[in-house]
Design a protein around this ligand. Sequence first.
Ligand SMILES: Cc1ncc(COP(=O)(O)O)c(C=O)c1O
Length: 397
Amino acid sequence: MAVPLLDLKAQHAPLERALKDAFERVLRSGQYILGPEIENFERSLAEYVGARHAISVSSGTDAILLALMVLGIGPGDEVICPSFTFFATAGCVARTGATPVFADSCPVCFNIDPDDIVARITPRTKAIIPVHLFGQPAAMDRILETAKRHNLRVIEDAAQSLGAKFRGQSAGTMGAFGIFSFFPSKNLGCLGDGGLLVTNDDSLAERARLLRTHGAKPKYYHNYIGANFRMDALQAALLAVKLPLLASYAKSRAANASFYADRLSKIPGVLLGQPDNQCCAVSKTSGDGSSSNFQISLPLEIPGRHHVWNQYTLRVTGGRRDALRDWLTSREIGSEIYYPVPMHQQECFAACVPPTLRLPVAERLAGESLSIPVFPELTGDQKEEVTSAISKFICNQ
Ligand SMILES: Cc1ncc(COP(=O)(O)O)c(C=O)c1O
């Protein structure tokens, strides 16, 4: 039985009528830029995460860029961000003319290592961008404390973590800005590109709205240089159809993650988390979680952090990750390597990374991580197929 990594057609089939109605409403309204569809979606999303302001934009990437522009980050500034993540975070820092400074990751939760952030602060550091990777928040208590102590701004990249919580507080609402992506593979995906910023600060929100439309106020009078960062009214209307279902999507993702944890952890050679599970530990005994032997470790929801399972990411040690991927592919089971090359080893950042920089956890994660299907519409049979394929692979080792 084929199991895709993601099945958007299955997600949208039961919504077809409602999505078409939304499309027709926008079509007939004649208002395709800003207007009531955008305002309605922004209001609903702000309420969902518990933020004062939500500003919809053209993509998650543009949300990061806009947040950096609003905070005035540019040439001469440094911004600390994780190396083991998607490109957009560091890419936006570089596009402002600032320098991305890469920090290592925690081997247990995969998020930016709060100790390594402290180690990388210089007089030029202006901000930290933690990424809440795969659906689980980073150690926000320690990150916010560091930011406060060193007078740094925090932009939370919650592109993968809409609805996730750190000690009861929604991902994205703890820093100066939080950003979300509605790329179709995200927990709330639109039918195209879309993104959003949230903030609790009135003046930051005002500036973000201004820069979203070329920095013009009034129209054609520009005191600031902005750009066109607007979300289409059509995407806002479609997202408004799906937003009420987000909690049920998250519930299904969590049930799928529990199923995998329950089934796979019973197989000898499979570990739930890392040997000591010291997440973001102040004094680490877990090292980089490395093992030269074959072993599969399952992702863990850390106490106090509500995971929304955008990805279910295994670590496969002993150099067997690619073999497992090939094995799954040969059985028509989708998987993906998020992410094969950490940012500090990307060609485009060579000029801003010291040649001696080693980030051992990020490097290991890039060689060991493999994400398997966890999307909400996954059927019971499909989950059985995935677990049985993994268990057969383990038997053959
Ligand atoms: C962690 C992270 N940040 C930023 C982005 C950028 O979002 P978008 O694809 O909407 O531009 C993504 C999306 O893939 C992401 O996963």
